[in-house]
Each structure stands twice: as C-alpha cells, then as structure tokens.
Ligand binder design. Structure first.
Ligand code: ADP
Length: 474
C-alpha cells in the first residue's frame, strides 16, 4: 500500500472543466480497492471553498508567492483533500484558468507554481502528520513540482500524467526569480524550452515515471504531429512512458441508477430517454439516428469537420443534438447550422444533468476529435448503449471496436471509427452509421456489445498501483 499525493488543478465533483477533473475525482476511489491511499492537493478556488464543509488548518504559509496562504484538510465526496487556501491567487470571479473574457489569468504562473511549491513542502515534511510515498502530478499545472522537490530536498518519487500535451504552461524566462526556480537548472535538460520556462517540460524531465491516458496516445506523443514540440523529450524518456487508459466513474455513469434519466438496464429502455431528449432539444421524430455531442468547443474537437459532414447525416434522416461551449466562432457556426435545419439543435453552455440525458437519449455519440488523449464521452456512450462514432486517434482508437465486416461477423463491434480525420471521411462514417442504424438487428447487437464492454477503472487502477509499487519497492 502506498500513500500518494495527487497534485491537480481540477477535481470532480468540486471543480471541472474537462476530463482531468473526472480522473482526479474517480481514480483515488479505484486505487483504494488496491490498498492505496490518495490525498489530493487542489487550489482553493472560490467555487471550491464554498463546498468544503468542515476543514482543519494543517499548515500556514506567511508569504506564498505574494500573499498568505493556508493548507486545509477535509473530506468531500469520498475524497481526502488538501485545499490550498490562497485568496490572492484563487479567490476571484471568472474561470479557473481564464478571466471572464476568456484570457489566461496573467498570474497563472504564480497560481500554479504555488500549488507545486506546496506539494513539494508536503513531500518533504508531510501535512497534518501525513506523509506521501509518491507525489503524482497531473498536467502542466503540476509540472513544476519536481523542481521544487529537488530544491527542498524531497526524496520521494514523482509520477507525472499527461492528460493533454497541447497545454504547456510556458512562462517568460524573466519569471525565474519570482517563481523561486533555480537558474542553474534553466537548461534544455530540465525546464528550458525555446528560451522559456516550460512547466510541462519540468514535469516530463523530473518524473520517475510518465503516464498518459491511453496506449495509442503514448505512441502518438512520440511523433512531431502529436507531440506538440515535446516529442523529442518524450522520445528521450520513452522507456519511462506508459499509456494507461482512463475509466469512468461507474457510480455516476450508470444507466440503471442515473437520477437524471429514466433508468434502464437494457438498450430497449433508451426509447423513453430519446423521446424526452428530442423534446428538450425541440426536435421532432425522424427515421435516422439521433446523434449527440457533448464537448468543449475547440479546434481539437473537430467541430468544424462535423459541420462540413453534417449533410451526410441529415440527408439520411439523422438528427444532431449538441451541448458545448468554448470558441465563440464555433458557437456562432453551430447556431447557424441549427437555424438552417429542423433536425439540428444546439445548446451553448455547461450542463452536467443535460449531458447525462444526452448520453441516455442519443442513438449515437460523436467524438470527431483531431487528437484525443483518451476521451470520456465515448466511454459513457458505450456504458449507455449509445454507439460511439469517433475519429481513429488516441484513446478513441483504443476504446471503440469499429464496425468492420469482420468485427460485425464475429459480433464484437461497438461503434464506428473514421480515418483520416477529415470532413470527407466523417461524412462517409455518417453514411455507415445510418446504414447500421437502418439494420436494427445489427444495431441492437452492437448496443449489447457496447454495454458489456468494461469501461470502469478496475484494470487501469491496477496499472497505476503497479507503478506506485515498483517505485516504492526499490
Ligand atoms: P476534455 O478533457 O478534452 O475536455 P474528455 O472527453 O476527456 O475531454 O472530458 C470531457 C468531460 O467534460 C466529460 O465528462 C464531458 O461530459 C464533460 N463536458 C464537456 N463539455 C460539457 C458541457 N458543455 N456540459 C457538460 N459536460 C461537459
């Protein structure tokens, strides 16, 4: 059994912008089944502080990057938390990474350096009498942790998980002093990246083991196309890089017990949810599949490809219900598509309950991402018998079994994959999807296959457990 300190910038159900929060919220519970204990260090954003209940002050920092701070221990939703209450860094309106206008907070370097610094102090002296055997950081926001661990003389190993390599956390070199980083280590071997400080690179070079969230993404990261400038560092660290696919929280995502839907145990129970969803989105009945998509709206997610390929779906009587928010240009384009066709409906915003209703009521769930480290919504789709139509990349390649003649014949297909990730290939995939939907016998077989596929954390938690064990047994 190991005691692990998670260092994360978001954690469900307290604060979430994407899949990272889901992983941080679910993995500790799954690791507990293997005897591992996790405590999670999280920034005390305004939205988080209001949800904590009873807390205990376990540490005080008179001056943490510009102001006083306290470390609070508490238990929320089955998670053991260490919340960094630093009002000068986290107590503000707006998003957790960006202001109300969508711009990165100018003091993001200090905001997340502070988190890493406190993680390092916990690695050295513990918190409230608890000491970690392992520090496990997630994404660039935790990347500077090993630098501070090194500076403070911590001896425990650091594990680093890449949830999305697109975000580097680059900072101008003139912040070295303000961030209390060692100028002697501002080199290509450590955290210097094209003349800047890279928090991500600090994590990659300082980790004893690097993980990412699917096997295919672990391979893709070694290529210039997907490595986003870090492929060289990752090739250098290849022997310490491993892909472990994400699971879903099966307590929260279970069609038989989901409080936001009309619960069902077999796909036959989806009909009532489909009807309800069509009503919510103002869609009528139609002979084709109702496709749903729940996502951040960014270039990564292939929304522009979807818009281009949509006629292939609509011409065959298919429907689209989409929930998302992000890039204002994509939001406008989606509104235009919805205005132009009665079988397209779009809701801009973030709505947890509606996302459950969509996964339950859709016939198919779309993930046309240009790259996708793991992806969670296709896993929800599998669990709910809502067949995924996905790009052949990253975790989407690893978790969906494409409906090919061979996989259909052997009765294992669970969805539709397309490659290359282009409008044309997506259009062709819509045609295949509609053909499969028209053949209800095959469709139902695929739904059964999908709902049987293990998508929980069990196997992957065992993989993390094995990594922790290998690092602490040495
Ligand atoms: P990413 O982490 O790149 O955003 P993932 O598929 O790994 O993508 O995780 C996204 C998570 O955020 C899923 O749980 C998804 O349901 C949720 N999500 C994304 N956008 C919304 C939204 N507008 N409303 C509700 N949930 C959303």
């Amino acid at each position: 059994m190991t005691q692990t300190l998670f260092v994360v910038s978001e954690c469900a159900p307290l604060i979430k912008t994407g899949g990272l929060a889901d992983v941080a919220g679910a993995l500790p519970g799954a690791l507990a089944d293997y005897g591992d204990e996790v405590r999670t260090l999280l920034p005390g954003y305004r939205a988080v502080m209001g949800k904590l209940g009873k807390t205990k002050v376990v540490e005080k920092f008179p001056d943490l990057f510009g102001g006083p701070a306290r470390l609070l221990a508490c238990a929320v939703a089955g998670l053991d938390l260490l919340v960094l209450d630093a009002p000068h860094l986290y107590d503000r309106d707006g998003g957790i990474y960006v202001d109300a206008a969508g711009r990165d907070w100018p003091d993001n370097p200090e905001r997340f350096a502070a988190l890493c610094y406190v993680a390092a102090t916990i690695a050295v002296s513990g918190a409230g009498g608890w000491r970690p055997d392992i520090v496990h950081g997630h994404d660039w926001q935790a990347g500077l942790t090993p630098e501070y661990m090194q500076a403070l003389g911590a001896t425990v190993p650091f594990v680093f998980t890449i949830h999305n390599i697109a975000f580097h956390g680059n900072l101008p070199a003139d912040r070295l002093g303000a961030l209390r980083l060692d100028p002697a280590r501002f080199t290509a071997d450590h955290f210097e990246f094209w003349g800047q400080i890279s928090a991500l690179k600090a994590g990659l070079t300082g980790a004893a083991k690097i993980t990412t969230v699917s096997r295919t993404y672990a391979e893709e990261l070694l290529t210039p196309e997907f490595g986003m400038g870090m492929d060289g560092v990752l090739r250098y660290r290849q022997s310490d890089l491993v892909g472990i696919v994400n699971g879903i929280d099966e307590g929260i995502w279970n069609p038989a017990t989901d409080p936001d839907i009309t619960p069902y145990k077999s796909a036959a129970g989806k009909a009532a949810n489909k009807k309800a969803l069509q009503k919510i989105f103002g869609l009528g009945q139609s002979e084709g599949p109702l496709c749903v998509l729940v996502s951040r709206l960014t270039e990564q997610k292939g929304i522009d490809l979807l818009l281009g390929a949509l006629p292939e779906l609509l011409d065959r009587g298919g429907q689209l219900a989409l929930l998302g928010s992000g890039d204002p240009r994509l939001e406008v384009a989606l509104h235009e598509a919805a205005a132009g066709h009665p079988n397209v409906s779009v809701k801009i915003g973030y709505d947890e309950a509606l996302s459950h209703q969509m996964v339950a009521g859709g016939d198919a769930i779309l993930v046309p991402s240009r790259f996708e480290p793991c992806g969670l919504t296709q896993l929800y789709g599998l669990r709910y018998g809502t067949l995924p139509l996905v790009a052949l990349t990253g975790g989407l390649a690893d978790t969906v079994i494409n409906a090919s003649p061979a996989s259909l014949a052997s009765g294992v297909a669970t969805g539709v994959q397309f490659f290359p990730v282009t409008t044309q290939a997506l259009g062709n995939a819509f045609v295949r999807l509609c053909d499969l939907y028209a053949d209800q016998k095959t469709w139902k077989t695929m739904q059964r296959n999908a709902m049987k596929q293990p998508v929980g954390w069990e196997t992957s938690a065992a993989d993390y457990h094995a990594i922790y064990a290998s690092l602490t047994e040495a």
